[in-house]
Design a protein around this ligand. Structure first.
Ligand SMILES: Nc1nc2c(ncn2[C@@H]2O[C@H](COP(=O)(O)OP(=O)(O)O)[C@@H](O)[C@H]2O)c(=O)[nH]1
Ligand SMILES: [Mg+2]
Length: 285
């Protein structure tokens, strides 16, 4: 599985974590909110340096990244590119990236990106029981909630998109799915569709407005960012807008170690539980 370089399953991800300090970024959001495109664009970014203070070193999941980006390349020129739908059977896929610092530091951080399929996410949103199965999230350093800029752009869909994101964050907090150190990030995706003109000022105004939705979560640090991982052709927004800054945020994270947590008991043989147990057995019983 790892030799082929495809997306990692739980076992592969577990082995990678064991190998060296790792930052883990979990991405969740409705179907088509832009999760897979973002993960693919992170990898593409490192093929066209410099994107940030880190350079590409290696990826155990190159083929996985290539598979994700193939469809978008094949469709280049089309008004809207397509990335393959993350499979429901897998539910969660992991992508690996190993970087070296451009600065003098010898830091060679490694990242695992967790791409939760839209179906998996929505199913877990529907029931506390399912949400509790997402125990693997306890290990994440960042939990990115993708808020689709395309849906924000229309009055018809704006409110439901905002409410769904808030509902996910509330559920995640209520069910204590994250460690206390995990930073929640609200990522407004496809800002090129939200704002036809390139304007970081207008984007900042949107973020300030969206930020109000999250003031209710007083005990939790929640940050906002806007990205355009794959702006439509002809858009004034630059390719991978905001992505390098995000990567810098994730990789500047100094504490790559897992916070010691109470062992979680596994009550079922569900995929997510098995992944969690294989990943950090000392955290589960
Ligand atoms: N215009 C625009 N479209 C995007 C952007 N990011 C993703 N998309 C499109 O949104 C659709 C859904 O993206 P995808 O990454 O597959 O979403 P996922 O289901 O959350 O993994 C695809 O057609 C993408 O091409 C962006 O920054 N700008
Ligand atoms: Mg996807």
């Amino acid at each position: 599985m790892m030799n082929r370089g495809s997306a990692l399953d739980g076992d592969g991800a577990y082995l990678m974590c064991r190998a060296r300090p790792t930052v883990i970024v979990a991405m969740a959001g409705p179907i088509k909110s832009g999760k897979t495109t973002l993960i693919a664009s992170i990898h593409q970014g490192f093929q066209f340096p410099p994107v940030c203070s880190f350079a590409f070193k290696r990826s155990k999941t190159l083929v996985g990244f290539e598979e994700k980006t193939y469809a978008s390349r094949a469709a280049s020129g089309a008004l809207e590119t397509k990335t393959p739908r993350t499979s429901f059977a897998v539910g969660q896929e992991y992508y690996h990236l190993w970087l070296r610092s451009r600065a003098k530091s010898q830091l060679e951080p490694q990242a695992l990106f967790l791409d939760m399929s839209g179906e998996y996410f929505e199913r877990s949103l529907d029931s506390s029981e399912e949400a509790r199965q997402l125990t693997v999230l306890k290990r994440a350093n960042f939990f990115a909630v993708l808020l689709d800029g395309r849906r924000l752009a229309s009055r018809v869909t704006e409110q439901s998109a905002r409410q769904n994101s808030v509902a996910l964050v509330r559920r995640i907090i209520e069910e204590k799915l994250l460690s206390a150190e995990c930073l929640i990030q609200i990522l407004i995706t496809k800002v090129d569709l939200l704002l036809p003109e390139f304007s970081e000022g207008l984007l900042a105004a949107w973020m300030k407005d969206i930020d109000q939705d999250y003031l209710r979560f007083k005990d939790r640090k929640i940050s906002l960012a806007g990205i355009a991982a794959s702006p439509k052709p002809g858009s004034p927004w630059p390719l991978r807008f905001g992505v390098a800054d995000l990567v810098d945020t994730w990789f500047s994270h100094t504490d790559f170690r897992v916070a010691a947590s109470q062992p979680v008991s596994i009550k079922s043989s569900r995929l997510a539980d098995r992944i969690a147990a294989r990943w950090l057995p000392e955290n589960y019983q």
